[in-house]
Design a protein around this ligand. Structure first.
Ligand SMILES: *Cc1c(COP(=O)(O)O)cnc(C)c1O
Length: 174
């Protein structure tokens, strides 16, 4: 079996692999409502696969694994799919703006198909993380030496982040 995790597919520049499912019973594509639907608290995902695979998964999944509240909330979210996926378009544009702005500042930025951006390189990423936090912006130091990760937010939040980074950069070069 090959399981392709498409948790961030709505944020991707590329294509879903759903179109490859036909005739490939060994392929499973998994998705979640956590990211594009902004519903991480729901813990609701789904998969697409050959009917025989889906049947097998039905046999081993826990009974009553989705609460009535989760189901009702998910249905409500699905009724607002257009609005929620509209926010994704805004986030993608903001993510691409962050990538361009960070590169213009001279940072390395890894290509992103998600709602977050990895940037570096820093001699001491944790110190930079702290300085950005001191300016009121929380990014993530996920332990990759020399790199930090920032999640795209609202335009105002992203501006605050970029201002903080510019200040820290100026401070370090003086
Ligand atoms: C968020 C995420 C998931 C899905 O997690 P949920 O339990 O549905 O919130 C799966 N894979 C990756 C890579 C993710 O980032």
């Amino acid at each position: 079996m090959v399981v392709v995790d498409e948790a961030y597919i709505e944020f991707s520049h590329g294509d879903s692999l759903l179109r490859l499912l036909d005739g490939r019973p060994n392929l499973v594509v998994s998705r979640t409502m956590s990211k594009a639907f902004g519903a991480a608290g729901l813990r609701l995902g789904y998969l697409a696969a050959h009917p025989a695979v889906v049947d097998a998964v039905q046999l081993v999944r826990l009974p009553y694994h989705l609460s009535a509240i989760t189901q009702a909330t998910a249905l409500a979210a699905l009724e607002h799919t257009d609005t929620l996926l509209g926010y994704v378009e805004q986030l993608k544009a903001e993510r691409d703006r962050l990538v361009a702005a960070l590169r213009a500042l001279g940072y390395e930025v890894t290509e992103s198909d998600a709602n977050f951006v990895q940037f570096g390189r820093f001699e001491d990423a944790h110190t930079v993380w702290r300085k950005i936090l001191d300016r009121g912006v929380l990014v993530r130091d996920n332990g990759v030496p020399g790199w930090l990760r920032v999640t795209a937010g609202t335009p105002a939040e992203n501006d605050a982040f970029l201002d903080a980074v510019r200040e820290v950069k100026k401070e370090q070069s003086t």
